[in-house]
Design a protein. Sequence first.
Lengths: 95, 432
Amino acid sequence: MMRVEEKLFQNRYRVDGARAHIEIVDGDVCAVHCQDKPCTFCCPAGCYAMDNGGRVTVITDGCLECGTCRVICGEHRNVRWEYPRGGYGILFKFG
Amino acid sequence: MSEHFDAIVVGAGPAGNSAAYTLAKAGLKVLQIERGEYSGSKNVQGAILYSDALEKIMPDFRDDAPLERHVVEQRMWILDDESYIGGTYRSANFSKPPYNRYTIIRSQFDRWFSKKVRDAGALVVCETTVLDLHMDGRRVVGVRTDRDNGSVYADVVILADGVNSLLARKAGFHGELKPKDVALAVKEIHFLPEQTIEERFSVKGTEGVVIEMAGRITQGMVGTGFLYTNKESVTIGIGCLLSDFKKSGIAPYALLEQMKAHPAIRPLLDGGEMKEYTAHLIPEGGYNAIPAIYGDGWLMVGDAGMFVNAVHREGSNLAMTTGRIAAETIIDLKARGKPMTARHLAAYRKALDGTFVMKDMKKYRDVPAVMDKNRQFFTDYPHLVSQAARTILTVDGVDKKTKERAIRKEFARTRSTLGLFADAFKLWRAFE
């Protein structure tokens, strides 16, 4: 079975080193108030991970800009989600 | 960028391009803003192009559009873990030009479309993200971009910014999307020699095959899979309701991997080289989820307005049609010297109501709820139907009457006799 990292390796990105377009608003909300942490298994690029303390971290480098995490966090509204700056982010070769 | 435009179009997918092209062609001063490196670099679709919607905008599109294969065969597969049972429709009629539908590769197709938009006279600015709408009271008067001094103004703004449509949400026109109203689809493109595709799918020249799939591949979730043939590649993908992904805990990429390993699917991809992995949300809430699509100084087209007919896997044609009709509404108002107020822009919604877009959306308005409440259509039935076929088609010395009795018994055991009738009724009501 192909891992998600291997899949993402095929994609083309222009990563914006200066600014992450997605941020977790309040880490405590994930750790304390969110039971299931659906972002950690629903994100199709596997951008979200949970550490041993139950804290959720996001690394946006592989982001496919689909909006899943934004919609799935509807209850807590704890994902600050913007599109990357113009020209940055995923650059689909085929789409 | 402080000029004033007749219209600003945000986004360069099929809806935005159709709108910008139609407006520019009519001589309006149009600015189209796209956040990608070029139009198409942020866009994802299966992808099938339905000729009719584009013909109404650009009758001669076939002359130079980058088209992959014209579809001559449609397969519908119901899969269980080891098998599939299905229907195929193939007709020589589909090989007589002008062709009805094509597979396309969106980054190439959208780039081509964008050139037509420029040629028609629109100003297309790429690598620019629109951050907010400029409001004057309740009226949209322009947009703020991430360029320096990046505010631009227009009589009307067309929001063609896709399923997430952050602009309408930030402006308070819409609430947040609900996980039950969107499907998350993941997809890969696998490259294969042209000759291999022709042999494997029994096609020649630019003929192509489409396979739509349902059943155990979605592991109990409401969703479907697909496989489309392009010229030198096949795209394979699967999409399920986001609310179901949330409930099931299944990672989308794992679901795709398991689908690819299905004994009926794996041989179709054999020897291919995977070159891109994509994901996209598809608005599948249907008619009942359509938000406000116009207001003072703004109109909404395509995915942003939830214009997808999930039952028939149609979206890009609804996008093009809503884009065209939005543009025609604006052209007409301008010609008559009317202001772009909600009262006048209501003509857009009225015009849409008279087209297949709203008629089809309305026809299937109950399907999302029925599918959501009746998981048996994605779990029990694929298994029952497949098992029935296997029972009948296995020659093992058991007489056919006994086999039929066993099949009936299995259906009744799984769904109860009353349940079977109720299911049939529910389907009929939802799809009638």
